[in-house]
Design a binder for this molecule. Structure first.
Ligand code: IPM
Ligand code: MG
Length: 352
């Protein structure tokens, strides 16, 4: 059980340290951890956001636990040297095409959401985002001179096979949940997403027990804040999934609570919180480590098939919330405000 640990930038090292403590406390006897550089820290140390040594580690690992990458310090660099390139490089190199982003509202956090408690209480959505295609990776791309002015261009492209494999992941996820799948596209304007819809309808025949619906992305963005509980599993492309998953995260009170898994066809995976590196609070010991700790639960479940251990971690998180421990992002009056490490301590105590 080889896990490559990539703490990354900003709050990454702080939150990953707590998640690693949780992972180690489970006494999994074959667990091997190896740490590597990624993102801005890697640029500073080696001149590239995804160094060869890290490529070797990620290639050899069964799972990768990543904190976050990026920060204003590196935004001025050429595009191929930006920290984000490290993250996109891992996703593409390892073929981690299936990104699972669950948005669950813990009852204790109903008031932390900016939406009315009755709109979000009981919320449990899974967003399945395609992660290695679409306009993120499409060629050609660039900025060029045309008729005396600069023109920027990207290519939105999906092959049938790319749509089909993410579709199967989504249908199978829906089968394990409430058997409702909503596919999100923009078929009224974009041909790539017309193909997306056609392929989803084709593969639906393999899953007669799952109810498939379709929604245009602009409407989906609206429905997520209007009536989010209508959704069970949502499946969409890389770009729309990036946007909708941030939106969904805020339904749950804080993006600091959302884990994610990015899987290949053999359940090798990278696990990371859905949030970013939060440079504004980095180094202060106040960041919420729960999204990263919940990512460890996903790692145990999806890569190692350790459902029981995954549930133990998730239940420990539920317990600390019930005990009233809150980091700043989810704090409200009457609860106990704690820092990153104290939250980690509380989870460890709940696990013991
Ligand atoms: C995410 C992030 C990344 C993305 C960035 C950091 C490249 O926003 O994982 O959602 O756009 O995919
Ligand atoms: Mg994003």
């Amino acid at each position: 059980m080889k896990v490559c640990v990539l703490p990354g930038d900003g709050i990454g090292p702080e939150i990953v340290a707590e998640a690693v403590r949780v992972l180690k406390s489970l006494d999994l006897n074959k667990l091997e951890l190896e740490e590597g550089l990624i993102g801005g820290g890697a640029v500073d140390a080696t001149g590239t956001p995804y160094p060869e040594a890290t490529k070797k580690l990620t290639a050899e690992a069964d799972a990768i636990l990543l904190g976050a990458v990026g920060g204003p310090k590196w935004d001025v660099l050429a595009r191929e040297l930006r920290p984000e390139r490290g993250l996109l490089g891992i996703r593409k190199d390892l073929g981690l095409f299936a990104n699972l982003r669950p948005a669950i509202l813990y009852p204790e956090l109903a008031n932390a959401s900016t939406l009315k408690p009755e709109v979000v209480s009981g919320l449990d959505i899974l967003i399945v985002r395609e992660l290695t295609g679409d306009i993120y990776f499409g060629q050609p791309r660039g900025i060029r001179e045309e008729n005396g002015e600069r023109v920027g261009f990207n290519t939105m492209v999906y092959s049938e096979s790319e749509i089909r494999r993410i579709g199967h992941v989504a249908f199978q996820a829906a089968q394990k949940r409430n058997k409702k799948l909503c596919s999100v596209d923009k078929m009224n304007v974009l041909e790539t997403t017309q193909l997306w819809r056609d392929v989803m309808i084709e593969i639906a025949h393999d899953y007669p027990d799952v109810e498939l619906s379709h929604m245009l992305v602009d409407n989906a963005a609206m429905q997520l804040v209007k009536a989010p509980k209508q959704f069970d599993v949502m499946v969409t492309g890389n770009m729309f999934g990036d946007i909708l998953s941030d939106e969904a995260s805020m339904l749950t009170g804080s993006i600091g609570m959302l884990p994610s898994a990015s899987l290949d066809a053999n359940n090798k995976g990278m696990y990371e919180p859905s949030h970013g590196s939060a440079p504004d609070i980095a180094g202060q010991g106040v960041a919420n480590p729960l999204a990263t700790i919940l990512s460890v639960a996903m790692l145990l479940r999806y890569t190692f098939g350790l459902e029981e251990q995954a549930l133990r971690v998730e239940n420990a998180v539920k317990k600390v919330l019930a005990q009233g421990y809150r980091t700043g992002d989810i704090y409200e009056r009457g609860t106990t405000k704690v820092g990153t490490k104290e939250m980690g301590d509380a989870v460890l105590a709940a696990l013991a």
